[in-house]
Design a protein around this ligand. Structure first.
Ligand SMILES: [Zn+2]
Length: 336
C-alpha cells in the first residue's frame, strides 16, 4: 500500500527516530571512552553540561554497586538490627501492608496466572544497554534517569516498542552520596522541589510513572513525599516505591494523594553472579505464586541482561508465571 505524505505522522516520527538512532549509535559503544582511572563527573551539580559527560558502562556499574552497598547497609541496619542475614532481600520489610496480597488471585485475574513485573533502573547513560532492555521478549519497564545523554532516544524507542517508560527520580540518600542531575533533597522548600521534579518530568517523553533512585533519606520524609505525590497526582502518573529504606513514607503519601502505587518486592542483582541473580529471581517467582504477583527491580549490568535474555523467552512455559506490564500490575491492584 502506498503511504500518503501527511497521513502517516506516526510512521514518519518512527522513521525520524530510527535515523536519529542510527546516528547516535555511531557514538555508542561498550568500549570505555575514558581511562578507568578517570575521575568521576561532578554529578551532584545539576545542569545541562552534566548530561553530555561520557563515561564507560563499567564506571556506572561500579558506582551503582557502591550505592547499593551503602543504601542496603543502612536499610538492613534500620530494618533488622543485629540480623545475621547478609542478604538484604531476606531482611524483613517494614510493617507497611502488602498492597498486592489483599485479594485472592482468582478474583484478580480471570486466568489466575501468577505474574511478575520487572523494572530496570538507572538507564539513560548507555544506549546499547537500554536497547537490550527494549529488545527483551516481555513487557519490562525502563526507569530512565533525567538529564542523561540517551534518555530521550531510549524513551522514544521504548514507546515505539510498546515498553513502559518511567522517570527514575534521584532522591537524597542517607549516606550523602551524589545522586546526579535533577536530584530532590530534604532541605529543598516546596517551590524548589516542585520546580526540579517538573523539569525532570519535562526532560523526556513519554513518562507513565515514577520510581525513586536511591532516596533512603528523602522517601522517609513524609512532607517531601506529600509534595512529590501531589505533582504526580496532577499529572496522572503512578509511583513505584523502590524501597531503599524500611522507613519509607512513599506509599502512605501516594495513598493520601490518590496516586496509584506499587512497592518493589525483590532486588534482582544485589550480587552480580548468575547464581545470586537466579536465586533472587526464583524468590520473586515464589512470591508471585503466593501473592498473585511480585515486582522485581534490576539494573543494566551485563550479568542481569544476559540472565533476562536467557530466562524470559520460556518463562511462562517453564514456570507458569508471566511477565506483565506495570500498568497490568496496577490494574490487578486497583480493579474493583
Ligand atoms: Zn537507581
Amino acid at each position: 500500500m502506498r503511504r500518503l505524505p501527511g497521513r502517516w505522522p506516526a510512521a514518519r516520527l518512527l522513521m525520524a527516530a530510527w535515523l536519529t538512532l542510527m546516528l547516535a549509535a555511531c557514538g555508542d559503544s561498550d568500549e570505555p571512552e575514558v581511562p578507568a582511572s578517570a575521575e568521576p563527573p561532578a554529578v551532584e551539580v545539576a545542569g545541562p553540561a552534566t548530561a553530555v559527560i561520557q563515561q564507560d558502562d563499567a564506571y556506572y556499574d561500579e558506582l551503582r554497586a557502591r550505592w547499593f552497598a551503602l543504601e542496603h547497609a543502612e536499610r538492613s541496619a534500620a530494618a533488622s538490627p543485629g540480623s545475621h542475614n547478609a542478604d538484604p532481600e531476606q531482611a524483613p520489610l517494614s510493617a507497611e501492608p502488602e498492597p498486592v496480597s489483599e485479594l485472592p488471585v482468582a478474583v484478580l485475574e480471570p486466568e489466575s496466572t501468577p505474574a511478575i513485573g520487572i523494572i530496570i533502573d538507572d538507564l539513560g547513560h548507555s544506549l546499547s544497554r537500554g536497547r537490550r532492555i527494549i529488545a527483551l521478549p516481555a513487557p519490562v519497564a525502563l526507569a530512565i534517569l533525567p538529564h542523561t545523554q540517551a534518555a530521550q532516544l531510549l524513551a522514544s524507542e521504548a514507546a515505539v516498542a510498546g515498553k513502559t517508560v518511567i522517570l527514575h527520580q534521584p532522591m537524597e540518600n542517607g549516606a550523602a552520596l551524589a545522586i546526579g542531575p535533577g536530584g530532590l533533597y530534604a532541605d529543598m522548600d516546596r517551590a524548589k522541589l516542585e520546580q526540579t521534579l517538573q523539569a525532570n518530568l519535562n526532560n523526556f517523553v513519554p513518562i507513565q510513572g515514577v520510581n525513586n533512585h536511591m532516596g533512603s533519606r528523602l522517601t522517609s520524609d513524609r512532607q517531601a513525599m506529600d509534595w512529590v505525590m501531589q505533582v504526580l497526582a496532577a499529572r496522572g502518573l503512578f509511583f513505584i516505591d523502590s524501597r531503599t529504606s524500611a522507613a519509607t513514607q512513599a506509599a502512605f503519601a501516594a495513598e493520601a494523594a490518590g496516586v496509584r502505587h506499587l512497592s518493589r518486592d525483590v532486588f534482582l542483582d544485589n550480587e552480580r553472579t548468575f547464581e545470586a541473580i537466579d536465586a533472587a529471581f526464583q524468590h520473586a517467582l515464589t512470591l508471585a505464586r503466593k501473592q498473585g504477583s511480585a515486582l522485581i527491580i534490576g539494573h543494566p549490568y551485563p550479568q542481569t541482561l544476559e540472565y533476562l535474555e536467557q530466562r524470559l523467552p520460556e518463562l511462562q512455559r517453564e514456570e507458569g508465571v508471566k511477565v506483565v506490564s506495570l500498568e497490568a500490575l496496577l490494574a490487578r491492584k486497583y480493579r474493583n
